[in-house]
Design a binder for this molecule. Structure first.
Ligand code: GLA
Length: 388
């Protein structure tokens, strides 16, 4: 499909596209449910993503078409847009709404989207479509936003138009990702460093549980709320803006302030996970993949037991991985509640891993996962080659 995008555009719109863009999805190596708590995360952009081909029109209409979904929409330029149901085009419409409300002139546009990120798999298909749209509009209409502005704008769409109170990690990673690099991002200051994701003899496997994510959004917002409750209680004694401003030692000293046992578990995960990211960064810099892998397992266990966002499907992948000596570590990645796990697997043992995890998982869960060997790619950009 990816190779025929321009042909498809011509078939749908009876004209050629003038511009093409691509925004990747992401995996997060470690640092989960940390971004909205102001801590450190370590995401990478992946080579799966969202393609957008565009051509301006003189009709003052936005035409949305997708090769993934049959729903389509033609909507005139207006001052205010509303979210409609659960349609895929809510994401790009939310972006247009923000451009318009920020006073940036836009014009009619014919748009064809295609994504090869498995939808709802926790690889940030939504950040990818938001960022590819905002990048394209900024480029086409010379709106003058910086890349960081586009990241913030896209996150704002997710928070206020779509209604998911996510942090900034996904939009940041898909915009600023670099080939073969992991981003060490401080989600409070937004300072980041692109570090070599030198995996040595290992490759990064992505295991999609193929579990349809249900209630993911409401459960996600519930976790955000629980963290805010923990923060407010700690603030009675501590002068902090985010949970991640304290380490585990300080947390142990002040955790008595947190009244609800469930809220205590959530905060413990966040603070210990943030400490783990620091250790993981050191392990990666020292090429100590064995240590990095242990931290991945510890992260998974904490997400399962303390944060409770895992599930039997993701746990089964981690459980199998622990039995395979060619795997350094594995964990769920992204929001959880289904979606994808990642594993660090010895390159020459990848095929065997893929077969065995598929068999183990299928026996236990009743359907097969999808297993990919992932490539770490670049962030959002123009993709002229699609138009040739
Ligand atoms: C989702 C959100 C991110 C982040 C992760 C969990 O992907 O969009 O902001 O919170 O979950 O780490």
């Amino acid at each position: 499909m990816k190779n025929n995008l321009h042909q498809e555009f011509i078939k749908i719109f009876n004209k050629e596209a003038d511009n093409a863009y691509f925004s990747p999805g992401r995996v997060n190596l470690i640092g989960e449910h940390i971004d909205y708590n102001g801590g450190l995360v370590m995401p990478c952009a992946i080579t799966f993503g969202t393609y957008l081909l565009t051509s301006p029109n003189e009709d003052g209409i936005f035409r949305f078409r997708s090769l993934n979904f049959s729903e389509q929409l033609d909507i005139p330029l207006q001052l205010n847009y509303e979210k409609t149901g659960e349609n895929w085009f809510n994401f790009p419409i939310g972006v247009i709404d923000r451009f318009v409300k920020d006073g940036h002139p836009v014009k009619g546009l014919d748009m064809l989207f295609y994504g090869d990120i498995p939808i709802g798999s926790g690889l940030s298909s939504s950040a990818s479509i938001e960022v590819v749209t905002s990048y394209a509009l900024n480029d086409l209409f010379n709106s003058g936003y910086s890349k960081l502005d586009l990241v913030k704008l896209s996150k704002d769409v997710e928070n206020n138009f779509i209604g998911v109170n996510c942090g900034i990690m996904d939009q940041f990673a898909v915009a600023f990702g670099e080939k073969n690099k992991a981003l060490m991002l401080n989600c409070d200051t937004l300072d980041y460093e692109a570090v070599d994701s030198n995996l040595g003899e290992y490759v990064l496997a992505i295991i999609n549980t193929n579990k349809p994510r249900k209630l993911a959004e409401s459960k996600y917002n519930e976790r955000v709320q629980e963290c805010q409750t923990a923060l407010a209680e700690l603030q009675q004694q501590l002068d902090i803006k985010y949970l991640c401003e304290i380490n585990s030692a300080t947390f142990e000293q002040y955790k008595y302030l947190i009244t609800e046992p469930v809220v205590l578990k959530r905060a413990k995960h966040v603070i210990e996970e943030n400490d783990r990211v620091k250790l993981a960064a050191k392990a990666l810099a020292a090429n100590n993949l064995a240590e990095f892998g242990k931290l991945m397992y510890a992260s998974h266990d904490s997400l399962r037991d303390l944060y409770e966002v895992s599930g039997i499907e993701l746990d089964t992948v981690a459980e199998y991985s622990k039995t395979n000596p060619d795997v350094a570590g594995a964990r769920m990645t992204g929001a959880g509640f289904g979606g994808c796990a990642i594993a660090l697997v010895k390159g020459d043992a990848f095929e065997k891993f893929s077969e065995e995890v598929t068999e183990y998982y299928t026996q236990k869960i009743g359907y097969a996962p999808s297993v990919y060997s992932s490539l770490i790619g670049d962030g959002v950009g123009v993709l002229a080659s699609v138009l040739n």
